[in-house]
Ligand binder design. Structure first.
Ligand code: ADP
Length: 533
């Protein structure tokens, strides 16, 4: 993938280099005084000079490391400069090392042309001009250094390209694409092929909008690129489409590619299919909810078994005592034991009934509701209640013109009866119980007021919890502590609210609301129902 590094605007850190050794220059001459003279001329910090006084010695030096330049005296006893050059050119490693021949001017044209045929890059004649020699060698030393730099940069680029290709192709979880300035795909990685199913050949040169869901394909991709042009980056979760059909949500990041180096800019598009992630999140949330519900159920079961045990133990104890000594016990003791058993059995019965009702409400059954006229229903409830509870003194007040409510008469009867029965149990014997129905905002409010021991604001928030009984009322009346819980669930099932508060002048007030029938106006209800307001 040529040009990938530049295209993707990524830079890969090169490994830290130790400083490169200075370029070396090999000087070959059989005359020690010539060597000394040349060394004096050419010495410099940016190079290392290596001397050899024969062709053989020169070849030995060349076996160990690179040279920027070889300065070769043509006339040497034994192996002369040309022969040495010939051997140098035969070796692969030194084939391209520049050679600068030095010869006496008297040798003339022939020597010069032979030298060039052996790959000499230049020729110098004796006597040497120090400045010319220094200048020429300087050019070669520089050239060598620059070539080495370019080579190292090329190696670095090759490494970076290998790294990037590895990252691109290895990032199989991410679809990565480089887009040109028009949004057409230039680079398409393996992750993109896996995510979208399109092979590279299909996507190359195609506009990236084909990746988007049909509904958003025509407008969204263009808008995203415009946003990137303004803000440098766009991110979000968008519906995408696959070759195999079907849409999926991907988290997408698009950023600007720099246009340095004449690439013309463009965009980097990265997408990740988050379907699995979302499913896992949802499963986690569901599991959490299940655990929570389970914990609540466990706690409730613990409470229930505890509450059931007390009356059962009493019934069992009495039954055992009666069974063992029935004939020998005085009749009043037997009578009391039987009374006790009946009261506890009633309590158990009412608890089981309440729990069955609660569990029925819990399973989310749809409540059958109908238009109900509270002004009609309440007098019936009061009548039935007074028949069951001897001595109940209930004063009923109903605001005129109440609208019909959306309710279930059985539920309303149960709620009101529970509240009245509590007012009887925890109220004051001499004072009447008040039952009031009045108009609220889109509701009808029903309240039961007594002059009993009362409740505090704080207690009012607790007593609707299952099995919550106030210590101070324990001896006033028996109970299972489920009545108000049932009331709360019933009211909630009807879409209303219930609460309690201390009553001015002592005692307590329990009230709940019922939703007025939609569209019904106060005052019209009576007419609708043929009632006298
Ligand atoms: P139970 O009456 O069976 O104990 P409830 O759920 O009906 O169960 O009531 C829970 C508790 O709330 C009662 O035990 C009592 O302490 C308190 N309570 C209920 N109604 C009144 C009331 N009218 N006045 C004072 N306390 C009340």
């Amino acid at each position: 993938m040529p040009g990938m590094v530049r295209d993707l605007s990524l830079r890969v850190a090169a490994p830290a280099h130790t400083a490169a050794p200075p370029p070396r220059v090999l000087i070959v001459d059989d005359e020690p005084k010539n060597l000394v003279a040349m060394q004096a001329i050419l010495e410099g910090e940016d190079r290392e000079l290596v001397c050899a006084n024969s062709g053989e010695e020169a070849l030995r030096h060349l076996l160990h490391g690179d040279f920027a330049l070889i300065i070769l005296d043509v006339h040497m006893p034994g192996m002369d400069g040309f022969e040495t050059a010939e051997l140098i050119r035969q070796r692969e490693q030194t084939r391209d090392t520049p050679i600068l021949f030095i010869t006496a001017a008297v040798r003339g044209e022939f020597a010069i042309s032979r030298g060039y045929s052996l790959g000499a890059v230049d020729y110098l004649l004796r006597p040497l001009e120090p400045d010319v020699l220094r200048f020429k060698v300087g050019v070669f030393v520089d050239l060598y250094r620059k070539t080495a730099e370019i080579r190292s940069q090329a190696a670095e680029l090759a490494r970076a390209e290998m790294f990037l290709t590895g990252v691109l192709q290895g990032a199989t979880e991410h679809a990565i694409a480089a887009l040109d300035e028009n949004g057409e795909v230039v680079v398409w990685n393996e992750g993109a092929r896996r995510t979208y199913g399109h092979p590279h050949e299909f996507m190359a040169g195609r506009h990236f909008s084909v990746l988007f869901d049909e509904d958003t394909r025509t407008t969204l991709p263009g808008a995203l690129l415009k946003h990137v042009d303004r803000a440098g980056r766009a991110e979000g979760e968008f519906w995408q489409s696959r070759v195999a059909g079907g849409s999926f949500v991907a988290r997408i990041t698009i950023s600007k590619r720099d246009g340095a180096g004449g690439t013309g800019g463009g965009y980097v598009f990265i997408a990740r299919d988050i379907t699995g992630e979302r499913q896992a999140e949802q499963a986690r949330a569901e599991l959490y909810q299940l655990r929570e519900a389970n914990a609540i159920k466990d706690e409730f079961l613990g409470l229930v078994s505890h509450e059931l045990r007390t009356p059962l133990t009493m019934i069992l104890g009495n039954a055992q005592a009666l069974g063992a000594r029935f004939r020998s016990l005085p009749p009043d003791v037997v009578e009391e034991a039987l009374r006790d058993m009946t009261a506890n059995a009633r309590r158990l019965h009412s608890m089981v009934e309440s729990m069955l009702l609660l569990s029925h409400l819990e399973t989310g059954h749809d409540v059958e509701s109908e238009p109900v006229l509270v002004q009609r229903l309440l007098p019936v409830i009061v009548e039935q209640f007074c028949e069951a509870y001897e001595g109940a003194d209930i004063r009923l007040t109903i605001d005129p013109g109440l609208p019909p409510v959306e309710a279930n008469p059985t539920y309303v009867t149960q709620i009101v009866s529970n509240l009245l029965s509590n007012a009887m149990k925890y109220g004051s014997k001499g004072s009447p119980i008040e039952l009031v129905a009045m108009q609220g905002p889109d509701t009808v409010r029903v309240a039961v007021l007594d002059r009993g021991s009362g409740i505090t604001e704080e207690e009012a928030t607790r007593i609707f919890e299952p099995f919550m009984r106030l210590d101070r009322t324990q001896f006033q009346a028996s109970g299972a502590g489920l009545g108000l819980t049932v009331c709360k669930r019933l009211v909630a099932a009807l879409g209303g609210a219930i609460g309690a508060r201390p009553r001015d002048g002592g005692g307590s007030e329990f009230a709940f609301t019922l939703r007025a029938l939609e569209g019904a106006k106060a005052g019209t209800a009576a007419v609708l129902a043929g009632d006298t307001p």
